[in-house]
Design a protein around this ligand. Structure first.
Ligand code: GDP
Length: 430
């Protein structure tokens, strides 16, 4: 059976921790979309890791980790990450890289960087990892698959064709130097040797694993708000962040996904451009304090180190985010972060053009949205590390009950700290 662990919001909800935790009872963990543009922070017995490309199952020797065909594969970054993990004492993980995954090329990173510079004040706040040009090329059918690395004639032809197009852009739109197909091919052939031992037919592997009754975890990157179809377009990423895309990016049959665990934080955070609508945002000193106290080391990007925008919990966005994921249960993380507050605002509606709605709108309306807050009582104590849900202060439990009733999906796990064991199981009231 397949379980998906995905984000209900803007990403950084703590999916890495939940995947790391649930991986212990799974056989396979698959990354099915995105690339090295976002990171999961995982803290376990080996130390603290920021994984960007490797699936979060790499810390367990019994797990096969799969980089699915839907991923944007930057081989250099994958090789570096493997080295980083093993150099900190983690045994060499079992890993299969899909032969159908496509390669994130050096010219994707250049194009992303040049385009953000060209846009200036209208930039998307990209991490400049090349993700948007990568997926554009995939759908324009000029991408390069991993299997092409092992068919040199095809590789040469396809890289030459792609470079021809890129150089027109680089020279005439961006006024930048041309790239050389020969240099790119030479580098790719070098990198090919670093992934050769891992390349395989992950489609056959996944279907065999399912036939054998194995448990597969799909590990999502970012969250619902960043989906290019159902998120806040165009302030989205370029691959689908929804569990449903696992059917394509990890090649699991739609009927095999039995459980969709949506992860959401007890407050909100959002990375990207400052022009992105973020209705429940907290700014000023209250925002600085929440940012400083958030996550395990403050709310700063795992990939970029940039400060994340922070906000109060948004039931409108989260209810929608869970709905489009098809959530069967919710893991609420970072409850411990809110222990300093006397009162906790929760955004339960958007006022748009004088009317209040709890239905998540399209971008133009969202840009005009103003938050409607309800105030809940704080619990004014440190609940970090609490593993017994019933031992949490009454107000903390009331806060969780309130969120559950508003988002309409059972909250089954409440995380009280960044470490693997800092987790309270909850019997849902829904
Ligand atoms: P992901 O991309 O969804 O995996 O999220 P990130 O790893 O980018 O961000 C989540 C951050 O919150 C990380 O720094 C985690 O270590 C941290 N974290 C996860 N769960 C908890 C929790 O319950 N409490 C606290 N304080 N931090 C947490």
């Amino acid at each position: 059976m397949v379980k998906a662990i995905v984000g209900a919001n803007w990403g950084d909800e703590g999916k890495g921790k939940i995947t790391d935790m649930l991986a212990s009872q799974s056989d396979v963990v698959i990354r099915f979309q995105g690339g090295a543009n976002a990171g999961h922070t995982i803290i376990n017995d080996y130390g603290r890791f920021a994984l960007h490309t490797l699936p979060s199952g790499v810390f367990y020797p019994h797990i096969t980790n799969v980089i699915g065909n839907g991923v944007a594969l930057d081989i250099g970054k994958l090789a570096a990450e493997l080295e980083e993990v093993t150099s900190q004492g983690v045994p060499a993980p079992k890993l299969i890289v899909s032969d159908r995954a496509q390669l994130l090329m050096p010219y994707h990173i250049l194009q992303d960087t040049y385009e953000e510079a060209r846009l200036g004040g209208r930039a998307f706040g990209s991490t400049k990892s090349g993700i948007a040009p990568f997926y554009s090329d995939k759908y324009a059918k000029t991408g390069i698959q991993v299997c092409d690395l092992f068919a040199e004639d095809i590789l040469r032809e396809r890289v030459a064709a792609a470079v021809e197009l890129k150089n027109v852009l680089f020279q005439h739109l961006y006024h930048q130097p041309k790239v050389s197909a020969d240099e790119i091919i030479a580098r790719l052939l070098e990198l090919r040797e670093r992934i050769r031992p891992y390349v395989g037919d992950t489609v056959a592997f996944v279907h065999r694993a399912l036939a054998e009754g194995k448990t597969i975890l799909l590990e999502g990157q970012l969250g619902s708000m960043k989906d290019p179809d159902l998120g806040i377009f165009p302030m989205t990423t370029s691959s689908h962040t929804l569990a449903g895309y696992g059917c394509v990016g990890a090649s699991v049959p739609p009927t095999a996904i039995e459980d969709v665990i949506c992860v959401t934080k007890a407050y909100s955070s959002c990375v990207g451009s400052s022009t992105e609508p973020f209705v429940s945002e907290v700014t000023g000193s209250a925002g600085d304090e929440l940012r400083r106290r958030g996550g395990d080391k403050g709310e700063f990007g795992a990939t970029t180190g940039r400060p994340r925008r922070v906000g109060w919990f948004d039931t409108v966005a989260t209810k929608y985010g869970c709905m489009v994921q098809g959530a069967t249960q919710v893991a609420l993380t970072c409850l411990d972060v809110l222990g300093y507050l006397d009162e906790i605002p929760v955004c339960t509606g958007y006022e748009i053009d004088g009317a209040v709605t709890d239905i998540f709108p399209t971008t133009p309306a969202l840009l005009r949205g103003r938050p409607v807050f309800e105030m809940l009582s704080g619990w004014k104590c440190d609940v970090r590390g609490c593993t017994d849900y019933n031992a949490l202060p009454e107000n903390a439990r009331a806060y969780v009950d309130f969120l559950e009733a508003r988002i309409g999906v059972p909250i089954t796990m409440v995380s009280t700290g960044p470490k693997r064991e800092e987790m309270a199981r909850r019997t849902p009231k829904l």
